[in-house]
Ligand binder design. Sequence first.
Ligand code: PEP
Ligand code: MN
Length: 339
Amino acid sequence: MLIVMKADATRDDIERVVRVIEELGFRAHPMPGENRTAIGITGNPGAIDPTHFENLEGVAEALRVTKPYKLITLDLKHDPTVVKVGDAVIGGDELTIMAGPCAIESREQAFTVAEAVMKSGAKFYRGGAFKPRTSPYAFQGLGEEGLKIMAEIRDAFGLKIITEAMDERGVDLVERYADVIQLGARNMQNYSLLKYVGRSKMPVMLKRGLSATLEEWLLCAEYIMAEGNYNVILCERGVRTFADHARNTLDLSIIPAARKITHLPIIVDPSHGTGKTFMVTPMARAAVAVGADGIIVEIHPKPEIALSDGAQALTPDIYAQMVEEVRAIHEVVSPVAVA
Ligand code: PEP
Ligand code: MN
């Protein structure tokens, strides 16, 4: 059930509805919008009788939800979600650029890349400290040491840090050193981890699973929101298909499809989405043209000696050029054009 409040409903009206929901034993999720507040309800095993709410002051409508989602939907919140991270934002009118190395390998490598990221005007630095590698013998990341290096970068450059947590312990550490928790493609359906980050106060970027449908992906975002963390960002990073000319197939058509259903911001990762340096800039341009809220890309000062994902890394020069190009595209892509 979804309670739509009147435009002139007061804070007391909203609190009264929340109290009734809680007295019924359910959870209330008030979502303030530009024109009105809507309140999502979770925790109810079956349909709720709308008469509990219809006569309460300030209530416009009590609507049955027939879709599998309650909190990620435009039905609950018409306006796009803008996730605020200090003075930086993800979503809305801004194009968000997140960039950095696949993995933090050393202080020197991480700082060289940070210089390029800051110079480009990007606000977010990405870097892996805990790496989900296909082979157990491949470089697994520096762990907490990598997080400490990123925390230093945050202080030195004023960049916000986004980094992956692979398990609950990783989440606790990432909360200590970073600004946004990334959940990787391989963990998209790790439901206990989704619930855990749902109880975090930190924004979460949820990458699409390697073979996840739109509905599966959105329901994973719903898991996080149902626990009370509404600062969720989606990230399309390519899916596994029969095509073998690229590491993954970057599925840009999911952006307009997702926009029809959800208010959550969507970032595109053309690095993992293609796996090849020469494809990253063209697909970054396409992502912005199709209406992505931002891009996340990997940079390495010397891709040929990178400890992970060198084949898809941009050099600082190629990166700088790409940022100029995507910014120019973003200028001409109006929200109407991509609606
Ligand atoms: C990453 O961003 O470093 C990463 C491992 O991505 P994904 O989970 O999309 O493979
Ligand atoms: Mn990588």
